[in-house]
Design a protein around this ligand. Structure first.
Ligand code: PLP
Length: 342
């Protein structure tokens, strides 16, 4: 049975071009800094986000936590939005690895109020930790994007207070596509950015941390400390090069497919797609309580080869990606209509 997997864009598989690139990749020992494929990936990645240098890391979580470790000292405070990935979904790593204190600000769709950020910055006082970093997330886990004007405002506050900004840009190219701009235009307002080559860009493994030359030099050493010094890793970096050159250009297809899916779901009885959060490749919907739609709908769908995550709170999230076509979406909606409703 064919599988249609809408759980996440993390389920994407390497493309044919990636597999071919792996076969022919020139390799070296990247800890000695002589893997030409990694060097090329890092050069290209830095260029695409407009930073001086970049570093290949095993995962998005690794890249974010490496950024915290490199920007901050133990006991420093990091300001970030309460629902962001770094705070909520990275196993409390910030307290274990960087040893920082997180000062979370409740936001709206991943956006912290500017005045609340200002108020959260610590002044000079013997009792206070030092505020050394602000983290932003773009695109956000809510399926939304932060506009450039907002990023600029946060950057101004950070500069005035001599604080760095790290961007969790796991889906930075989705954000750039949605904002109709370049990733470098978004990243000009931050000191460092992490983005994933896996997820929507289809590489099997790997993320990038980018920033100034000196920041990346420090991060390189910290990456080794964290056990992330990899050897003949050009074998997977080769996929990252394909991801950046080819796959960033097609993300608009996933965004269009998300809108197509949203339109179709909206026609099902009781479905309320959250339209204000339809910026990227994610569709969020609630379903009215009185409708005969089972709470364990994911089990029903699985019987028909369709994989989705179940409810998170009251919401269902469906994610489009390279492996999902409009025909797949038609099929999913038909199965929901014909087989899942009781
Ligand atoms: C916004 C965001 N940041 C970071 C990550 C972490 O990436 P990884 O799963 O590669 O550790 C994710 C993963 O889904 C994410 O959505």
């Amino acid at each position: 049975m064919k599988t249609i997997d809408l759980r996440s864009d993390t389920v994407t598989k390497p493309t044919k071009a990636m597999k071919e690139a792996m076969m022919t990749a020139e390799l070296g020992d990247d800890v000695y800094r002589d893997d030409p494929t990694v060097i090329e990936l890092e050069r290209l990645a830095a260029e695409m986000v407009g930073k001086e240098a970049a570093l290949f890391v095993p995962s998005g979580t690794f890249g974010n936590q490496l950024a915290l470790l490199t920007h901050a000292n133990r006991g420093d405070e990091v300001i970030l939005e309460g629902n962001c990935h770094i705070k909520k979904y990275e196993v409390g790593a910030a307290s274990v690895i960087a040893g920082v204190q997180l000062n979370t600000i409740p936001g709206h769709l991943g956006k912290m109020d500017i005045n609340k950020i200002k108020n959260a910055i610590r002044g000079e006082n013997i009792h206070f930790p030092k505020t050394s970093l602000i983290c932003l997330e773009n695109a956000t886990g809510f399926g939304t994007v932060l506009d450039i004007e907002y990023m600029k405002e946060v950057s101004q506050i950070a500069k005035e207070n001599d604080i760095n900004i790290h961007l969790d840009g796991a889906r930075i190219f989705n954000a750039a596509t949605a904002l109709n701009t370049s990733a470098s235009n978004i990243c000009r307002h931050v000191d460092s950015v992490m983005f994933c080559l896996s997820k929507g860009l289809c590489a099997p493994i790997g993320s990038i941390l980018a920033g100034s030359q000196s920041f990346i030099e420090n991060a390189r050493k910290n990456r080794k400390l964290m056990g992330g010094g990899m050897r003949q890793v050009g074998i997977i970096a080769s996929c990252g090069i394909v991801a950046l050159k080819e796959m960033t250009k097609r993300l608009h297809v996933d965004h269009e497919n998300a809108k197509y899916l949203a339109e179709k779901l909206e026609k099902l009885p009781g479905f309320n797609v959250i339209k204000e959060r339809l910026n990227i490749n994610m569709v969020f919907t609630t379903v009215d309580n009185h409708i005969n739609f089972p709470r364990n709908f994911e089990e029903k769908l699985l019987e028909h080869g369709i994989k989705v995550n179940g409810y998170r709170g009251d919401e269902i999230r469906l994610v489009t990606h390279h492996g999902i076509s409009k025909n797949d979406i038609d099929e999913v909606v038909n199965v929901i209509r014909e087989k899942v409703f009781k």
